[in-house]
Ligand binder design. Structure first.
Ligand code: SF4
Length: 194
């Protein structure tokens, strides 16, 4: 006797409180909408960020809370957390980075494909925090360029979300030619990156 199987075939209506990705500026008429390639790519990128969490201590626990159901980073299109630098485009450094660990952070950054962005989450990643000692790196911007700093020890999940939304803003507005510009090359060269 086969087991009865029931399927949920009721289509859930879209609630009004589900927010959709905002429409970029452009020109609209009957049957057409025109905008720039920059804006379309920016819109796609900012709503599909793949973070790579590099968590070494307490700030990493705040990140876990940020990924949990209450705060839910997935609402921003970033639930696909990856641990392979090749596929990720946002390096999130959370926690104390010892000087011995510095080259590893840099190696992970180098393995990420362009375009890539970096958030320093918390006081330790941003400036060494309370650990003004011989062994702790006084900020990851000594080894890789940082786009957004999230203050706090530890920052609450709201602060991490705020930092993430600032990254989204940068990603959405970034000019597609920025990574080929002389200025960007000089920035990388100042970190010894070709
Ligand atoms: S900033 Fe504070 S909470 Fe975050 S890793 Fe450093 S000591 Fe821990």
């Amino acid at each position: 006797m086969p087991r009865p199987v029931s399927y949920n075939i009721k289509v859930k209506p879209l609630d009004n409180d589900i927010s959709m990705a905002e429409m970029p500026d452009g020109h609209m008429g009957e049957g057409f909408f025109a905008t720039s390639f920059n804006k379309v790519i920016g819109l796609a990128r900012k709503n599909s960020i793949w973070p790579l969490p590099f968590a070494t201590s307490c700030c990493g626990i705040e990140f876990m809370a940020t990924m949990g159901s209450h705060y839910d980073l997935g609402r921003f299109g970033a639930e696909r957390v990856g641990f392979s630098p090749r596929q990720c485009d946002l390096l999130m450094v959370m926690g104390t980075i010892a000087k011995k660990m510095g080259p590893i952070v840099k190696q992970v950054y180098l393995q990420m494909a362009e375009p890539r962005w970096v958030i320093a989450v918390g006081a330790c990643a941003s400036s060494g925090g309370i650990f003004d000692t011989y062994s702790v790196l006084q900020g990851i911007d000594q080894i890789v360029p940082v786009d957004v700093y999230v203050p706090g020890c530890a920052p609450r999940p709201e602060a991490i979300l705020d930092g993430f939304m600032r990254i989204q803003d940068l990603v959405g507005k970034e000019n597609l030619r920025r990574r080929n510009s002389e200025r960007y090359k000089q920035l990388l060269e100042s970190y010894g990156i070709q």
